[in-house]
Design a binder for this molecule. Structure first.
Ligand code: NSS
Length: 431
């Protein structure tokens, strides 16, 4: 049952051309002996008119009994009709039911967001979700292309791990044949091992965080684009991140114009034109203070602080040199001021907040042990990670980018859930 045409082609074919379409019925309207079907496939919606004389009696009868979301095969001719959406419709000659719809379709106008997430397996048929997923696909594809063109090797890392990357508070524990294991928060440590053979690596895979708080931008499972580079210090890392983000966003907006329009979204690509401003943590605190927000030196920026800070910017910007206390143990202390680290977050403007986190790693063996102990962690748990510093250590840096965060920002989605096929949050693991 191969498709001979997609709905979008109807609008480029010549009037009079005959097509065979396969898709789902979004809506049925009957006017006497005339039945109108809205036929949907992955590329759009077209009106199909079924009437006696062109189709047989049986087809008209079948059409009038179709339930919403029944799947059908339609053979007919393309006709111009100014009254039809898009100026074209299909005059049906043959109608075949592929799969009936039993009972009333649960997704109806007026149902609330919670219901739509409970029925996400059906709501995925909506053109709105399809548009978001197409944009997401284009975004990830652009990232992969950028990395490959810049000499990175794609690697695939394990998900089961034995020690925390980003602190114990958000670890998901799993019973691994009687041993305690965790789901990874980031593949960073495996990437750090891989650069000794490959120098520049990237991964696109899920990360897991047992996020306790309910927010509009935290998932418990998210897709993480991460990269690690040998012989790289903080300034080169920031250039890499801004080039990548800029490329991903521009490519996506260009390639998925139609979907942006369908969603009623516009994104001005000048916003992601490099370079992005770099400010130090210290300056971020000063800006916050001028807005009446005081946080004590050493604390990380929370969601509220990020919102207020990013409202002062029109383009994404880096906050660098976070204090040791605010960051995981592996961050390289700044040699000129060891209270701070060579770390950086990229924050999206206008109230949005963090989309990338990364920085330069400690490559000195003794210093790394010292930092592990200062954080009251057990060096035994990080034995293989420490080994990397024992044999030909090198300065290196890397970052992680949340796919859903970037999508949420460029599409201005109220909740990060909308960026996922089946979101996973503290409250939701079904469907
Ligand atoms: O914790 S991060 O800031 N950094 C890391 O995990 C590093 N180990 C990455 C690296 O250097 N290889 O997370 C990175 C990004 C962050 O900026 C967000 O965009 C995203 O990962 N992130 C999340 N997205 C959605 N939901 C949750 N809970 C989440 N946590 C992080």
């Amino acid at each position: 049952m191969l498709k001979s045409a997609y709905v979008e082609e109807v609008f480029t074919l010549r009037a009079g051309d005959r097509v065979e379409l396969l898709g789902w019925v979004r809506n049925v309207r009957q006017h006497g002996k005339l039945v109108f079907l809205d036929l949907r496939d992955s590329t759009g919606v077209v009106q199909v008119t079924v009437k006696t004389g062109v189709a047989d009696e049986e087809a008209v009868k079948t059409a009038s009994t179709l339930g919403r979301e029944a799947s059908v095969k339609v053979v007919g001719r393309v006709v111009e009709d100014r009254r039809a959406p898009g100026g074209r419709e299909i005059l049906c000659e043959r109608l075949e039911v592929v799969g009936r719809a039993y009972g009333e379709y649960p997704i109806k106008p007026g149902v609330g967001p919670r219901f739509l997430y409970d029925n996400r397996h059906l709501y995925l048929r909506s053109p709105k979700v399809s548009a978001i997923m197409k944009i997401r696909s284009a975004m990830v594809e652009a990232a992969r292309r950028w990395f490959i063109e810049h000499g990175f090797t794609e690697i695939h890392c394990p998900t089961f791990i034995t020690a925390a990357v980003e602190g114990g508070a958000t670890l998901f524990e799993v019973n691994y044949f009687g041993r305690k294991a965790y789901l990874t928060q980031s593949v960073q440590f495996y990437q750090e091992a891989a650069i000794y053979g490959l120098e520049k690596v990237f991964s696109i895979q899920p990360s897991f965080r047992a996020e306790k708080s309910k927010t509009r931008r935290h998932l418990t499972e998210f897709w993480h684009i991460e990269a690690e580079m040998a012989f790289t210090e903080l300034p080169e890392l920031l250039e890499t991140v801004e080039q990548l983000i800029s490329y991903m966003v521009v490519e996506t907006v260009e390639k998925r114009k139609r979907e942006f329009t369908e969603l009623g979204r516009r994104f001005n690509v000048e916003v992601v034109e490099p370079p992005f401003e770099r400010i130090k943590y210290e300056e971020a605190l000063n800006i916050l203070e001028s807005k009446g927000v005081t946080i004590s030196w050493g604390e990380d920026l929370g969601a509220d602080e990020e919102r207020i800070l990013t409202e002062q910017f029109d383009k994404p910007f880096f906050v660098t040199h976070y204090p040791k206390e605010a960051k995981a143990f592996y961050h390289m202390p700044d040699p000129s001021n060891p209270r701070v680290t060579l770390s950086a977050d990229l924050l999206a403007p206008k109230g949005y907040g963090e989309i990338v986190g990364g920085g330069q790693r400690i490559h000195d063996y003794k210093l790394l042990i010292q930092r592990i102990e200062e954080e009251n962690l057990n060096p035994q748990d990080y034995r293989w990670y420490l080994d990397l510093r024992k044999y030909g250590t090198i300065p290196h840096s890397g970052f992680g980018l949340g796919v859903e965060r970037l999508l949420q920002w460029i599409l201005n989605l109220r909740n990060i859930r909308s960026a996922c096929l089946f979101p996973r949050t503290r409250q939701r693991i079904y469907p």
